[in-house]
Design a protein around this ligand. Structure first.
Ligand code: CP
Ligand code: NVA
Length: 309
């Protein structure tokens, strides 16, 4: 079998993503009420080790992958970019070749997407994207799982992205293209998503790009936003002014479907991209969404190791 990689959702494709989501839901259900550190009954990744490289901060990605491997019966090694030899300029290709001799899979959070592509090209084990400046596919697996749980179905659902055309937005566009759900992508002028992701959606008449948040949120079943300033970007007055009309508050949610679900990958900035009333209110699914990082990544790891899909 060729070595699997998950740099973007398209690397798996729609069929495998459906299998991953099904596995995530089933494994979550099967361990209801169990202690969080207890290994799943079948310990499917016993003896398997994942290396995680972080060149940017993380709370959810780090802990959810670590607990995912623990629950699957495997283990992790965590490398901080700055304190490893990567931080002193060792080539990513050499790092890929060496880590492939020690571990069975590699997850990396980095800046330039070209770095993860190079890592995957030189690794002989699966490589998983834990966020780059281009995309955050693991996040969107969790978002899709959350929507299935809350709304029973994914295909045909209507989502609205309100805010920056960033990494999370790019992966959401990819997901909508692969999994056939409707999406309105509403960004301020000058903050549009990556052209490669927009191109993916070009044949779909239910994926819409615009800049008027109120129009686009109208009737949406899922409203998603994210920080106005991603890691590595400079927070400035220009961004704050551009994004001010994109603040998701109770008035904006009132334009969406009456029982619309609110999602945010976290960390959130109450009073900026979202009001406290929305993120801490009854329509918010952000804590389930964060929890589902664990369940969906367990299924992703099984896919990456060739155990499903
Ligand atoms: N949503 C997410 O990726 O969170 P962390 O930055 O905490 O990993
Ligand atoms: N767009 C955000 C996501 C954080 C999980 C960032 O890149 O900082």
């Amino acid at each position: 079998m060729t070595v699997r990689r998950f740099l973007n959702l398209s690397d798996a494709g729609g069929e495998a993503i459906a299998a991953i989501l099904g596995e995530a839901l089933a494994r979550k259900e099967a361990r209801t009420g169990w202690p969080k550190g207890k290994v799943d009954a079948d310990a499917p990744l016993a003896g398997v080790t994942l290396a995680m490289i972080f060149e940017k901060n993380s709370t959810r990605t780090r802990v959810s992958f670590e607990m995912a491997m623990r629950q699957l019966g495997g283990s992790v090694v965590v490398l901080d970019g700055a304190s490893s030899q990567l931080g002193r300029g060792e080539p990513i290709a050499d790092t890929a070749r060496v880590l492939s001799r020690y571990v069975d899979a590699i997850m990396i959070r980095t800046d330039d997407h070209a770095k993860i592509e190079e890592l995957a090209d030189f690794a002989t084990v699966p490589v998983i994207n834990g966020l780059t400046d281009l995309s955050h596919p693991c996040q969107i697996l969790a978002d899709m799982q959350t929507v299935i749980e809350r709304r029973a179905k994914l295909a045909g659902s209507r989502w609205a992205w309100v805010g920056d055309g960033n990494n999370v937005c790019n992966s959401l566009i990819e997901a909508a293209s692969l999994m056939h759900f409707g999406l309105a992508v509403i960004t301020p002028n000058g903050f549009e998503p990556d052209a490669s992701m927009v191109a993916l959606a070009s044949t779909r008449d239910d994926i819409y790009f615009g800049s008027d948040p109120r129009e686009a949120v109208s009737g949406a079943e899922v409203v998603v936003t994210d920080t106005w300033t991603s890691m590595g970007q400079d927070e400035d007055e220009y961004r704050r002014e551009a994004f001010a009309p994109f603040h998701v508050d109770e008035a904006m949610m009132a334009l969406a479907a009456p029982d619309a679900t609110f999602l945010h990958c976290l960390p959130a900035h109450r009073g900026e991209e979202v009001s406290a009333g929305v993120i801490d209110g009854p329509q918010s699914a952000v804590w389930d969404e964060a929890e589902n990082r664990l369940h969906s990544q367990k299924a992703l790891l099984l896919w990456a190791m060739g155990k499903i899909g």
